[in-house]
Each structure stands twice: as C-alpha cells, then as structure tokens.
Design a protein around this ligand. Structure first.
Ligand code: FES
Length: 185
C-alpha cells in the first residue's frame, strides 16, 4: 500500500538524521510533556524506523500525543511537524486529546453495518453527544470506530473498555453504558 510505505520510509529516515541539540534542550524543558517526550525519543531514536515506536510510547505515557510532543518529536527526528502529524492522523489508534474514563468502540465494518450498525453508531453519537474520535462532555466516554471485532456472526458489535459485546441494540447499548458507569464511575 503506497501510502503506508511512504509513512514507514519517513519514520525510518527521521531517526537516522537525528537532532541531538533539539533533543538535549527538550529534555531540560520545564513543560512535563516536552521533557517526557524528549526522554522517550532519546531512548528510542536509534531503533530502525523510530517514529512509530516513539508515538506509541508517548501515547502510553501521556495518554495522548499533545501538540507540544509533536513539535519535540519532529525537531528531534529532523522531520517536519506536518510529517509527524500526517503519521498520527493516518493511524486511528493515535489521539491528540486524552481519552475519557471509558472507551466505547462501535464496529463500522460491513457485517455490522448490514445488521444495523449505522443506526447503532448514530445512537451512540446522539447518546454521548459527540462524534467519533471525540469524548462526551462529561468525560465519561470516548467514542471510537473499530473495523471488525471478530463477532460478525453476532453483529452489530461494540467494545467497551476492551470487552466485546455482540448483538447490540440501542437499548442494550444504553444498558451497557449505564452498567459501565455503575461499575467504575
Ligand atoms: S464486521 Fe463487525 S464484528 Fe466483524
């Protein structure tokens, strides 16, 4: 897939060129996100294709990849901000904002769509008051699309905090969300 290959090439070439001065300055930054990102880059920049491992680690440690981290990563790996941003937006896994307390993933793949997945997705958006790749205003749920959970024979399916649920109707989704909040507000 040409686009994927292009992103991968970017990730590989950035680490090879390095940006040690920018990295040294960033590690001393008083901004915690910048300092943490710089430490991660310093640790991983020598990997082949360091950009993706760095992005994964930054999101793992910070909960998202904030704008200041993008700047730090770009400078340290000698990439442009647009190049780093392009990789972040290419992969749905990466996020620029912290996730809510819980994550609802609604399957948007074909088998689920054929069994009412569009209606379920619309219900989820209306219930949470947000679109995909966003969070409800109360900070309870982040809504994400997912493309097949392996439950095609029992579609439509969703996943809440990593737990899959099959044959989900709008009513069942409401009950699942309520139960999730009751178990862990
Ligand atoms: S298409 Fe939705 S679980 Fe496979």
């Amino acid at each position: 897939m040409p686009q994927r290959e292009a992103k991968s090439d970017l990730a590989s070439s950035g680490g090879a060129r390095g940006g040690q001065m920018a990295l040294d300055a960033a590690q001393a930054s008083p901004t915690p996100a910048i300092a943490a990102t710089a430490r991660i880059v310093a640790r991983l920049k020598h990997l082949p294709g360091p950009l993706l491992p760095v992005l994964h680690e930054v999101q793992h440690e910070l909960g998202c990849i904030p704008a200041e981290a993008v700047q730090t990563i770009a400078e340290a790996l000698n990439l442009s901000r647009a190049e780093v941003h392009g990789v972040i937006t290419f992969y749905p896994h990466f996020r620029s904002e912290p996730a809510a307390r819980h994550t609802l993933e609604v399957c948007r793949a074909e088998a689920c769509q054929a069994m009412g997945g569009d209606h379920l997705a619309a219900h989820a958006q209306a219930t949470l008051g947000c679109g995909f790749h966003a969070s409800s205003a109360d900070g309870n749920f982040t809504l994400e699309p997912v493309y097949c959970l392996g439950l095609c024979a029992q579609s439509p399916a969703v996943m809440i905090d990593g737990h899959p649920h099959a044959r989900v109707t709008a009513d069942k989704l409401d009950r699942l969300l309520t139960r999730t909040l009751e178990a862990k507000p």
